[in-house]
Design a protein around this ligand. Structure first.
Ligand code: BG6
Length: 303
């Protein structure tokens, strides 16, 4: 079914002429998505409260990726390969996907947008693998935000390709010192602050007192981010994405980033559903799916 027949989408020319699409749900929640990067820049609940962090220093100027929201890291997470940091999907212009292959049936009153990215001749020079990446962004009746990625190897050279991936979600929080992440206890992680050395999480939950940049391995499918000051819990459910990256740059790194306010680290935390430790391999014609579902409740839940 075509995107335009199915959903009441608003197309808006935004900063620097970049086009964004607004999805609205009848109870009042909304999502904004830039075609640049297929980047979700806003997710609001039914009271109009913003749930994602966007830097006040963001200038929305390609080819710079957008700082905040939900960047898509593909086909490379971080510097784990020859490409620019986090790959190129976050700074390409995506297209509307008018006729996506069907996905398992959804509840009918959901609002969704289908986008597509295909490898261009220029991309093939830096990453010589033909692919088709389809992203469905769905706003559920309760204001839940679902992202479903389908990546297909469309190569005709008979060769497989391999990639790493993350939904690099920046959650908006009242004060990072009041935030706790649950669901990662006892797991092994690679610490990006210590040359990716492997450690085991010892605490009952993860709290923040300095820079955190970790790749938690083989995590449960459900992770909770509790904001004690707001008395709010974000729930992340994920599928096909075994790892979870947790990042807060803290004060020194914040000051070093041109597109990030000096104190903004206090008001964000990235918890990223990812496939990093074991890269995904696709043979020609094969497809991979990776899904993240975000929901929010205005109380402190156990994960
Ligand atoms: C996180 C990485 O996912 O993204 C960090 O673990 C990195 O190491 C951060 O600094 C931000 O990356 P970028 O490229 O958006 O500045």
């Amino acid at each position: 079914m075509s995107t335009s027949e199915r959903t009441p989408l608003e197309f808006v020319k935004s900063v620097n002429g970049l086009e964004k699409v607004v999805l609205r749900e009848i109870h009042g929640s909304s999502v904004e998505v830039y075609l640049y990067g297929a980047h979700v820049t806003s997710w609001k609940n039914e009271h109009g409260e913003e749930l994602l962090f966007i830097s006040s220093k963001e200038i929305f100027k390609p080819p710079k990726p957008i700082r905040g929201g939900i960047p898509i890291c593909f086909p490379q997470f971080s510097n784990l390969g020859p490409l620019e940091l986090h790959g190129f999907a976050r700074n390409r212009l995506w297209a509307l996907d008018d006729d996506p292959p069907p996905l398992p049936p959804d509840v009918t009153n959901k609002v969704f947008l289908d986008l597509i990215l295909r490898s261009t001749t220029e991309d093939l020079k830096i990453w010589p693998h033909s692919f088709e990446y389809r992203l469905r962004i769905t706003l559920g009746p309760g204001g839940d935000l679902m992202l479903t990625s389908r990546v297909r190897n469309t190569g005709t050279d008979g060769k497989p390709f391999t990639f790493t991936f993350a939904y690099h979600t920046y959650f908006s929080v009242s004060d990072i010192s009041e935030v706790r992440v649950e669901g990662l206890e006892t797991l092994d992680y690679l610490d990006n602050c210590q040359k990716r050395e492997r450690f085991t999480e010892q605490g009952d939950s993860l709290t923040f007192e300095s820079e955190v940049d970790r790749i938690y391995l083989s995590t449960p499918t459900k992770i909770a981010v509790m904001d004690h000051e707001k008395k709010r819990t974000f729930l992340i459910r994920k599928d096909g994405l075994p790892d979870a990256v947790v990042w807060n740059p803290w004060d020194k790194k914040a000051k070093a980033m041109a597109d990030f306010g000096d104190d903004e680290y206090k008001h964000m935390v990235c918890v990223e559903a990812a496939a990093v430790e074991k890269p995904i391999t696709l043979k020609p014609g094969e497809e991979w799916r990776g899904r993240q579902e975000l929901s929010v409740v205005n109380k402190l839940l156990d994960s």
